[in-house]
Write a protein that binds this ligand. Structure first.
Ligand code: AMP
Length: 284
């Protein structure tokens, strides 16, 4: 596996791979602390693209709490081992300066028109988060110029935001969304799970069970009843639900019966002890 710190050297390398060796490029952006969820994205890229590039970059502009940025787990040598094991071709591991040469203060960064997608669900609780996501993805796509971009459905709203970004900037990339990889008990894999206490980790599968319950009872109860019952299922010591919403899968606006959108998704964010977990499930 090749390791690049420099954006310009990586761009040159990718151009050679594309022009001289006719390779298509698959790109998997991550923030590291890799697990089987990330691994599945690399594998999906390897089965579709000629060259798979993974990035590890903990993007400061998408964190709205300094402590969350500071506490974000870092496991670089294990990450490199995992990437080599799955056969990733290139790891891009830039510094903040490399990604944001003009700095990271708001006035130096572009502002994208993401409304209203960036102010609902996650956006309501993490103001500015999706602008940060769009800023880093826009920069990473400019550097890696991929044919395919692999994203996890775990961050469902993030996919909708990146689709919007790609549309605004007319970036010629195909977005491929990959299924959520879960622990055996149903807990969605997340880099943040390592910060759960063992007791709370044992209970965190209740989030998945609740989503499943809502899916199974979708035709029995009204949306309001489903949401109310979901909240009470998650009302256990150590848990604090931030939102549980049943939304149109494209607009992410609250689903109102009898509207018939292409898909309906249940999205949830819960504080489990000191750790904020998100999950979602396609209901219909
Ligand atoms: P992160 O490192 O958390 O920024 O995630 C990098 C990519 O991995 C994003 O596209 C995530 O949606 C995806 N991802 C994270 N967790 C999972 C999971 N459990 N299953 C599938 N994809 C995931």
């Amino acid at each position: 596996m090749y390791l690049f710190h420099s954006a310009s050297k990586l761009s040159q390398f990718i151009q050679i791979q594309r022009n001289k060796y006719s390779k298509s490029i698959g790109f998997v952006p991550t923030m590291g602390a890799l697990h089987q969820g990330h691994q599945s994205l690399v594998q999906a890229s390897k089965s579709k693209a000629g060259l798979t590039v993974c990035s590890i970059f903990v993007n400061p502009t998408q964190f709205n709490q300094k402590s969350d940025l500071e506490n974000y787990p870092k496991t670089l040598s294990k990450d490199i081992e995992l990437l080599i094991k799955v056969g990733c071709d290139v790891l891009f591991f830039p510094t903040v300066q490399e990604i944001y040469p003009e700095g990271t203060s708001k006035k130096d960064l572009p502002e994208f028109d993401l409304a209203p997608l960036d102010s609902i669900l996650e956006g309501k609780f993490r103001p500015g988060h999706f602008q940060g996501v769009a800023q880093v993805v826009s920069r990473l796509l400019a550097i890696t110029t991929p044919d395919y971009l692999f994203l996890g459905q775990k961050d469902y709203q993030q996919i909708q935001i990146i689709k919007r970004l790609v549309n605004i900037q007319t970036i010629p990339v195909e977005i491929i969304s990959c299924p959520i990889i879960r622990e055996e008990d149903g807990l969605a894999l997340s880099s943040r799970n390592v910060r759960l206490t063992p007791e709370l980790k044992k209970q965190a599968h209740i989030i998945f069970n609740t989503l499943n319950w809502v899916k199974d009872h979708f035709h029995i109860y009204s949306v309001e009843e489903l949401q109310e019952k979901a909240w009470s299922k998650l009302d256990i010591p150590g848990f604090k639900t931030e939102y549980f919403e049943i939304v149109d899968g494209q607009t992410l606006e609250k689903w109102i019966s009898p509207q018939k959108p292409q898909s309906i998704i249940a999205c949830v964010a819960v504080w489990v002890g000191e750790v904020r977990l998100i999950d979602n499930m396609v209901i219909k």
